[in-house]
Design a binder for this molecule. Structure first.
Ligand code: HEC
Length: 111
């Protein structure tokens, strides 16, 4: 019983510390993708009929300038996302500017 409690405490600590240490650019980018708008970019973009951001970037079909422009201005069914991105906890914590936050999601999606 004691042993399993120790293990549980250890796992819990690990889980907490991995949340707190979301501090590399790529990790912050991942948090933006998961959390922006409360439900994440993936709530729309992981649906096959919407632009597949990661695949487009990897294929060289979505340059960063275009990525940033659509995020800042919105386009058709794509809502303006700057404010939502800046509200994500790890972005605030890192003190990122809007451009740094956009870079972070882009880098995350490029991997
Ligand atoms: C409500 C659904 C929705 C959410 C949430 C959403 N998007 Fe989109 N996004 C779309 C749709 C739909 C399009 C296609 C717009 C068009 O047809 O012009 C799009 C287009 C884009 C494009 C342009 C792709 C291209 O090929 O030009 C980018 C970049 C983008 N979204 C990034 C994001 C990011 C980053 C997030 C999260 C911060 C996000 N989107 C959240 C629906 C969404």
């Amino acid at each position: 019983m004691k042993k399993s409690f120790g293990l549980l405490a250890c796992v819990t600590l690990l889980a907490i510390s991995s949340q707190v240490s979301a501090n590399t650019e790529e990790e912050i980018g991942a948090k933006i993708y998961e959390r922006a708008f409360g439900r994440g970019c993936g709530s729309c973009h992981d649906v096959a009929s919407n632009p597949q951001l990661s695949a487009l970037i990897k294929a060289g079909k979505l340059p960063k300038e275009q990525f940033a422009k659509v995020i800042k201005e919105g386009r058709n069914g794509m809502p303006k996302a700057s404010a939502a991105i800046m509200e994500v906890g790890p972005v605030k914590k890192a003190g990122y500017t809007e451009d740094q936050a956009i870079d972070a999601v882009y880098e995350y999606l490029k991997k």
